[in-house]
Design a protein around this ligand. Structure first.
Ligand code: PHE
Length: 339
């Protein structure tokens, strides 16, 4: 019996040394120390020994059982530790690896410029109106005092869709639409696309954006126009920028003016951007022609008004120092990411 006990202990120890995972370890434990295990089986048979042998055998068997149990525990602890380390190694994050960068979306510079200008005029009480890009010849020309034989029509290389229907050549038809549905007093702006059959080059594009403004009330004067535009220019380009009105002609305003600002680069000294002139043209404006009021049913004796229209690409180019209008529409990310 004693011999058998020692053998079991030795064999168990030997097998334990070869165990390399928890599943096999548990199988081995059951084989020796489980209810039907070899050692437990032997321990049960101690009861059949002559009484004088029982105590010694009992003690010895118990000691072996405790020893074996602690050997199992020891191996189990080791295996658990090894598994934990393996897991840590596998789940480790290498903080020196380059990260995955997210590409942030951003507003197109034209959108950003429009938003900024709209904000400024909203602050001055101008309400944003909308009009369609496909427009009637009537709204785009006739109602704006440009009848079919008017020479000013030649200035707009118009894209006709069919007789009487065209892609609007400016945002001024939105003046007509708004006045036809609203009674004065009125303060509106409109922003959007305009189209002309121009060949694209550094300063021309067949599609471009305009911002239109119109104010109608009693006693609106050229001074109000100048005040509003000065406010806008100072807010958009900076307080130091000067304005000047140059006499001009538009069929729908009388008098009409082209508005220049002192050059944003040289401050009026003369440089390549302003062609040594010191001034940059930024918009067209004037007092609403009584003929236009007559067309929309406003009383030209009671009301006066001013209107202005500016090219957004041109304004954005001046503000951000961009020298080619085509950059806005090629949408090269290297360009767009600079804004
Ligand atoms: N519509 C004119 C243009 O496109 C600009 C303008 C608008 C001029 C309003 C005067 C008043 O050139």
């Amino acid at each position: 019996m004693e011999e058998k006990l020692r053998n079991i202990a030795r064999e168990a120890q030997g097998e334990l040394d070869g165990v390399d995972n928890l599943v096999n370890l548990e199988a081995l434990r059951t084989a020796y120390l489980g209810r039907k295990g070899r050692l437990i089986y032997l321990i049960r048979s101690i009861g059949k020994l002559p009484p004088d042998k029982r105590p010694r055998m009992g003690k010895m068997a118990n000691r072996l059982k405790v020893e074996l149990q602690s050997s199992f525990d020891y191996v189990k602890d080791n295996l658990l530790e090894r598994e934990r380390e393996k897991k840590i190694r596998e789940e480790a994050i290498d903080v020196t690896l380059p990260g995955i960068s997210f590409h942030r979306g951003r507003r197109h510079p034209i959108t950003a410029t429009l938003d900024e200008i709209i904000d400024i005029f909203s602050g001055l009480g101008f309400k944003l109106e909308k009009g369609p890009e496909i427009e009637s010849e009537y709204n785009n020309f006739d109602a704006l005092n440009m009848s079919a034989d008017h020479p000013a029509r030649d200035m707009h290389d118009t894209l006709y869709l069919r007789p009487g229907v065209l892609l609007r050549t400016h945002t001024s038809p939105v003046q007509i639409r708004t006045m036809k549905k609203q009674k004065p007093p009125l303060r509106m702006i409109c922003a959007g696309k305009s189209f002309r059959a121009d060949t694209a080059d550094a300063s021309h594009s067949p599609m471009f954006h305009q911002l239109e403004g119109l104010m109608v009330d009693r006693n609106v004067t050229l001074a109000d126009l100048k005040g509003i535009l000065t406010r806008f220019v100072h807010q958009f380009f900076g307080e130091k920028i000067k304005l000047r009105f140059r006499p001009s002609f538009f069929p729908f305003t009388e008098p009409s003016a082209e508005v220049d600002i002192s050059c944003v680069v040289c401050n009026g000294e003369g440089c390549p951007l302003c062609s040594q002139r010191g001034w940059l043209e930024i918009l067209g404006a004037g007092m609403v022609d009584p003929e236009v009021f007559k067309e929309v049913g406003y009383d030209a004796e009671r009301y006066t008004g001013f209107a202005f229209g500016m090219g957004i690409e041109r304004i954005a180019m001046l503000k951000y120092g961009i020298n080619d209008i085509r950059l806005f529409f090629e949408n090269d990310l290297r360009f767009l990411h600079q804004f």
